[in-house]
Design a protein around this ligand. Structure first.
Ligand SMILES: C[S@@+](CC[C@H](N)C(=O)[O-])C[C@H]1O[C@@H](n2cnc3c(N)ncnc32)[C@H](O)[C@@H]1O
Length: 263
């Protein structure tokens, strides 16, 4: 019997779907600039920045626009394809390199990046402890001595209330020019710290509406739990941040950013 796909494989499959890729920008707005704090962080004095799970280049592009050279790795060809088009349009080919691969097995030499970043909850899509362990070990290996690992967790997903079939987004014009609605359900598996999203994009109205369903799951470790995992991988936590301006993190912060250093 074939083994069923794990939730993280399932997440990866979702990012292969044309509709998810098409509509990605509706869920995650594209920043055109970085806050001064992130700009300073993203511009190591020398070397190349690695972004784990770069997707459509939402973060890689503004970082490259600031003058950094970025390598983005992602395992979804459709997301990378979209990123390639955006990089070309922005004429940033000389500063952004896109690599198809798995963040659990980074295909780069030891000590090759002074900064590795993991934005937008990418580590939370690794649902199995062993996948997180492999990824953190790989990050630690490719960081230069004193290099920085900057990771962002989507804040406190386990605290979200469960809901069923709620309209969580409405757009007047989706990618095909029709009105678009996102209907979402959230289920919590608190024992395993896993939050599951069932999402349905509805394009158009009435009988002619086109419906696309997919699901995503995220495992949210608390900040102290993630700190312990980082330390186990040989990384030393240098800051916990609660906003994009470098403000301190606390339990109520809406942004969870951890900075860790390679010894
Ligand atoms: C939520 S998107 C984030 C994209 C981008 N960093 C951003 O902020 O918009 C997560 C991305 O991670 C990729 N991904 C998930 N698991 C992965 C893995 N094990 N290896 C490589 N990429 C992965 C998905 O294909 C998807 O493009």
């Amino acid at each position: 019997m074939q083994r069923p796909p794990s939730w993280s494989e399932h997440n990866a499959a979702a990012f292969q779907l044309d509709d998810v890729v098409e509509q990605y920008h509706l869920r995650a707005p594209y920043p055109s600039t970085l806050s001064p704090f992130l700009r300073d962080l993203a511009l190591p004095p020398s070397g190349v920045v690695l972004e784990l799970g770069c997707g459509t280049g939402r973060v890689a592009l503004p970082v490259a626009r600031e003058g950094a050279t970025v390598v983005g790795i992602d395992r979804s060809e459709p997301m990378l394809d979209r990123a390639r088009k955006r990089v070309k349009r922005a004429r940033l080919q000389s500063r952004v390199q896109l690599v198809r691969g798995d963040i659990r097995h980074l295909p780069f030499p030891d000590k090759s990046f002074p900064l590795v970043m993991a934005p937008y909850g990418i580590l939370q899509s690794l649902l199995a402890e062993r996948d997180l362990t492999k990824t953190l070990a790989a990050v630690s290996r490719v960081l230069t001595k004193k290099g920085t690992f900057g990771l962002e967790l989507v804040a406190d997903l386990p605290a979200w209330d469960e809901y069923s079939k709620k309209v969580s987004m409405r757009g007047k014009r989706g990618p095909n020019g029709k009105p678009i609605t996102l209907v979402e359900s959230v289920k919590q598996d608190r024992a395993r710290q896993i939050t599951r999203f069932e999402q349905e994009f509805v394009e158009g109205r009435g009988k002619g509406a086109v419906r696309q369903k997919f699901s995503l799951a995220f495992r949210t470790l608390t900040v102290p739990q993630m700190v312990r995992r980082l330390e186990k991988a040989g990384l030393e936590v240098s800051a916990l941040l609660g906003d994009y301006q470098g403000g301190p993190w606390d339990l109520r912060a809406e942004v969870w950013i951890i900075l860790a250093r390679r010894g």
